[in-house]
Design a protein around this ligand. Sequence first.
Ligand SMILES: [Zn+2]
Length: 308
Amino acid sequence: MTSAVPPSIQPLAYSPHLKAVTPVLSALKSGRQHHANLWSGPEGIGKYLWARKIARYALCMSGDGIFDDRCPCVSCQQGDQHPDLVVLGNEPESLKVDRVRQLLAACALKPMISARRVVIIRDVHLLTPQAQNAFLKTLEEPPGQTIFILLTHQERKLLQTIRSRCQHVRFSPLDAASLRTIFHELLAPFDDAAKQSLLDAAAGSGAQLQRLIEAGEEDELFKKPLGPLLKAPIRDRLAAAETLAESQQTTQIAAIRLAAQLAEWARTGQPHQTKRAIALFDELNELVLRAEGNGNRRLLWEKWLLSV
Ligand SMILES: [Zn+2]
């Protein structure tokens, strides 16, 4: 199973956020861009893809570099090796204070090719407090030609002093229709009910959906309805508990799928069945909460499956 973002994500991941980044683009166009930009929003929704697009535009020497991948200017021809583009955060090592100090020293120099330099920091909340403090000084007295784009899905972990010095852009979660299109191929092996459960559990994050799909693909159990399991012999239910408990993700998917099954029973069953389904639903919620709180997933599933 590959963990690479499917190529089809690229054009689509740009469009849902066009509104959010338009002010940044306009500012760049007029030369009045903010030097420190903080972009927040759930992980895996296209913030980095957009940061690369904006960087390309900011560095382009003809002004066409954003949507025209064939822009012939010297800057656009540099690709990933552009000397005026710095990306930190792809490796956790790069977020340590020494690397940040090195970067900030380099920012005092003139850009090599373009009129500006762009620094993108992914997962900026992972900067050590020491590194954040080192960075603060630069945000207070920014080197004129450098544009910082800081990306995070946990903005509260950033120092307030950093947040307050940045122009903040918030990216919204992706809607289910976009996720469905972007992950069309990866979702193909799942039946309709499973697809819907995966999309619900992803909560608008492409990265989360990908993790859920990978977890789901590892076991055949996720490709068939879970309803029959609830009526299976005890031995089979106990065996299934191990699979459901394999990871936090498998627990999450299974709980959502089973909840859908219970809702169906509650809707169509006799009054006593409805009551039972609701009770099981509450216990299922309890199971998820305990699993998130580091409860023993396997024991929790065994207990729940035996109570059915
Ligand atoms: Zn260009």
